[in-house]
Design a protein around this ligand. Structure first.
Ligand code: NAD
Length: 428
């Protein structure tokens, strides 16, 4: 997100609105509307050609009222301190709504990782930890991968931290590779988590999942497993998925007369979530423009790619049949579109509830690291289902009790729990 849309101001405005709804004491609101700690530091790196380049590193810890701060480290050229602040605050609400005993944090380095060699990336990862190690840790702040960072990078960071503290400490960071302290089930977690919440929404709306059709945007980690889950876990049909084509620099929607087969599509999709058009066409897929997914005759829409995709323009194309919008991506719905969806009585599963399966499984990863005992994939996914179901139902209960939209209810549950923890600890 660029500086022109100031993400932190947006996060503060959202918080202020819910603080008013909750009649939150202004002094308490003043604590929560800003991060509790911020770190900005230089990262001088020896490049492969022998020169030294100085990068900037950030870590923002918004809240640790409910437990150690938790949140990813993003490497993105337009990363700013305000973006990191906003994302850290959103993590506090996400871990709270999922009811996992963690707070919110985020980190970043403004850099395009594609411009660095493998050895330069490793040196930058280790340098970030060299600057931050005194202020992160399994009981302080637990980073994870995010945009531009990978499980391998988490492995290097865990190794650097372990060397500095003098003991193997896998719980300092999550999203590590399986076999290097990572958890089984993390790959499926976010997409399946989306589907567990859709299943609960369908129960509430008295919809039959086996007669339901979903249309998805994106075909990366989230949408691939949401599509598989919609078919395998709910017995529904998937009308389409979409993706960004890096060669054509445009997006396409892929549909099939019998419903798409996500496992087949996965076999012809590259690591960036781009589907091979030639192979898809040969298998009978129809390829349309990138926006076609939103106009499909479907009961459930799952925007699982980018922010701002359900907006004032695209919302007009949503079919009368749609009953649920499940936000797999972060921030897919603009405030204008939100009002239109409310007006049409479409049920919303807000992003920080809907896609909380990822951070919940990250929490399970650190629990397994602490125990030094690892669960099977089945155990991980069962525990995830329980957590997501409970999270959904506490938000639904708040929404019904207070007569508010699900997004507002999710904020009310999340902020309420953080404030409660602050009270119990005697902070307020
Ligand atoms: P990804 O990089 O694996 O996949 C992104 C997908 O979106 C790709 O298929 C890409 O081709 C597609 N895409 C990009 N631009 C598009 C466009 N204009 N139209 C259609 N498709 C487009 O990413 P991901 O991990 O699946 O994450 C997707 C979203 O979910 C992001 O908003 C991310 O922040 C959020 N999220 C992810 C996780 C997680 O665990 N992966 C957890 C929480 C939230």
């Amino acid at each position: 997100m660029s500086e022109t849309i100031n993400a932190f101001q947006m996060a503060q405005r959202q918080f202020d609105a819910v603080a008013r709804m909750l009649n939150l004491d202004p002094q308490v609101a003043e604590i929560l509307r800003q991060p509790s700690r911020e770190f900005k530091f230089t990262l001088p790196i020896r490049m492969d050609d022998g020169s030294i380049r100085v990068f900037t590193g950030y870590r923002v810890q918004h809240s640790d009222a409910r437990g150690p701060s938790k949140g990813g480290i993003r490497w993105h050229p337009s990363e700013t301190l305000d973006t990191v602040r906003a994302l850290a605050m959103w993590m506090t609400w996400k871990t709270s709504v999922a009811d996992i005993p963690l707070g919110g944090g985020k980190g970043g380095i403004p850099v395009d990782s594609a411009t660095l060699s493998v050895t330069e990336k490793e040196r930058l990862c280790r340098a970030w930890v060299d600057q931050m190690w005194r202020n992160i840790g399994p009981r302080q702040d637990v980073p994870a991968p995010d945009v531009g960072t990978t499980p391998q990078m988490m492995g290097w960071m865990m190794d650097e931290y372990s060397k500095l503290v003098g003991q193997y400490t896998p719980g300092v960071i999550t999203g590590k590779p399986v076999g290097g302290g990572g958890s089984l089930g993390r790959t499926e977690a976010t997409g399946f988590g989306v589907i567990y919440t859709v299943r609960e929404a369908m129960k509430h709306l008295k919809m039959d999942p086996t007669k339901s059709v979903a249309a998805l945007q994106g075909f990366g980690n989230v949408s691939q497993y949401a599509a598989i889950g919609f078919i395998d876990l709910l017995g529904g049909k998937v009308a389409c998925v979409s993706c960004w084509d890096r060669d054509d620099r445009t997006a396409y929607t892929f549909s099939h007369a019998d419903g798409v087969d996500p496992k087949f599509l996965q076999s012809i999709t590259d690591q960036y979530g781009t589907i091979d058009k030639v192979k898809a066409r040969a298998a009978g897929y129809v390829i349309e423009d990138g926006d076609a997914w939103i106009a499909k005759d479907a009961d459930v829409l799952i925007p699982g790619a980018l922010e701002g995709q359900v907006n004032a323009e695209t919302v007009k194309r949503i079919s009368q049949r749609v009953k649920i919008v499940a936000e797999g991506a972060n921030g897919p719905t603009t405030p204008e579109a939100d009002e239109a969806l409310k007006g049409r009585g479409i049920f919303n599963i807000p992003d920080f509830l809907c896609n909380a399966g990822g951070v919940t499984t990250s929490y399970f990863e650190s629990v397994q690291n602490d125990m030094n005992y690892y669960w099977t994939k089945r155990e991980v996914l069962e525990r995830l289902d329980t957590k997501m179901t409970d999270a959904f139902n506490s938000v639904l209960e708040m929404s019904v009790k207070e007569g508010v939209y699900m997004r507002d209810a999710a904020y009310m549950v999340a902020i309420g729990r953080v404030v409660k923890a602050m009270e119990l600890r005697g902070w307020i």
